[in-house]
Design a protein around this ligand. Sequence first.
Ligand code: NAP
Length: 246
Amino acid sequence: MLTDKIAVVTGASRGIGREIAVTLASKGAVVIVNYNGSAARAEEVVKEIEEAGGKAEAVQCNVSEFAKSAELMDYVVKKYGRVDILVNNAGITRDHLLMKMSEEDFDAVIDTNLKGAFNCIKNISRQMLKQKSGRIINISSVSGVMGNAGQVNYSASKAGVIGMTKAVAREMATRGITCNAVAPGFIVTEMTDVLSDTIKENITNQIPMRRFGQTKDVANLVAFLASEEAGYITGQVVGVDGGMAM
Ligand code: NAP
């Protein structure tokens, strides 16, 4: 159980982040449902959590902006006194083959997926060190482990998240703070809904289980990594991918 733990989930208005927020709340955590543009959908997540008897609050923040991320963390610490769990889930894609990928496509994906995670970790690290406890879980991707054609920017950002996870884990290991990465394979969300049927079929053929995963598959692992039971696990990259990256 995560009774009364304070959890910040970035990009929790939809998809995997939404499921993580609902799952952590169902285990007793008070969840900060972060979003960037989807205010109404973030409020829906809060409503769903509250109707199930849990506690949550939606807070807008573009995590790619360092100062805004600092404001988010300051707000949470001021209001709730601590942050026990940080899930860096906010992420975007701007897929193109290298020949057609613009500098803007590259920068936007790095800024959100990699720098966004850095910003949030950096801006809560002092508080977690003070607490002498914390769980940081970064959502990477199978694309960061294997590389993926059409995703030079995204693969770089998600591989970067893995390196950052290991470095943070090493720095924080003696301070009661764990830092792990979760590397989902292809999960049914709006991010993968946009893929054409042909691409979906090609991908499915590369998955030993021959199917996409569900958001719950990722959320269950995140909830475990956030728990007391996972206290001796740090610096790991755990796949949730139907066997794709074995
Ligand atoms: P999604 O359905 O597109 O949702 C993305 C979420 O990120 C939304 O809540 C969005 O909020 C938020 N977000 C985007 N930019 C943000 C920013 N600058 N600041 C704060 N929030 C921001 O994506 P998903 O499929 O659930 O993916 C979630 C995470 O899992 C991402 O990191 C993704 O790379 C990773 N992942 C996904 C898959 C997959 O197959 N779906 C596989 C591997 C890894 P707004 O709506 O408010 O903008």
